[in-house]
Design a protein. Structure first.
Length: 68
């Protein structure tokens, strides 16, 4: 089980939200929604926000509802 911390995330559109994320999600290695690792096809990632001093956060296109 991964540890979870609260991160301040600037999401697309400039809105700032607090999210409870694993370190892998905060570092951009896992989808924010399903925790899938970045890959190809439906597990390909799109950036959806930014954590200052950490980097970009992502969701897989499957969770975004985008056709692969």
């Amino acid at each position: 089980m991964q540890a979870v911390d609260t991160y301040t995330v600037m999401v697309d559109g400039g809105r700032v939200v607090s999210l409870e994320l694993t370190q892998a999600q905060a570092e951009g290695f896992e989808c924010l929604t399903c925790k899938r690792l970045c890959g190809n096809g439906l597990s390909a990632f799109r950036p959806v926000g930014f954590i200052p001093s950490t980097g970009m956060v992502f969701r897989c296109i499957s969770c975004l509802g985008v056709a692969a």
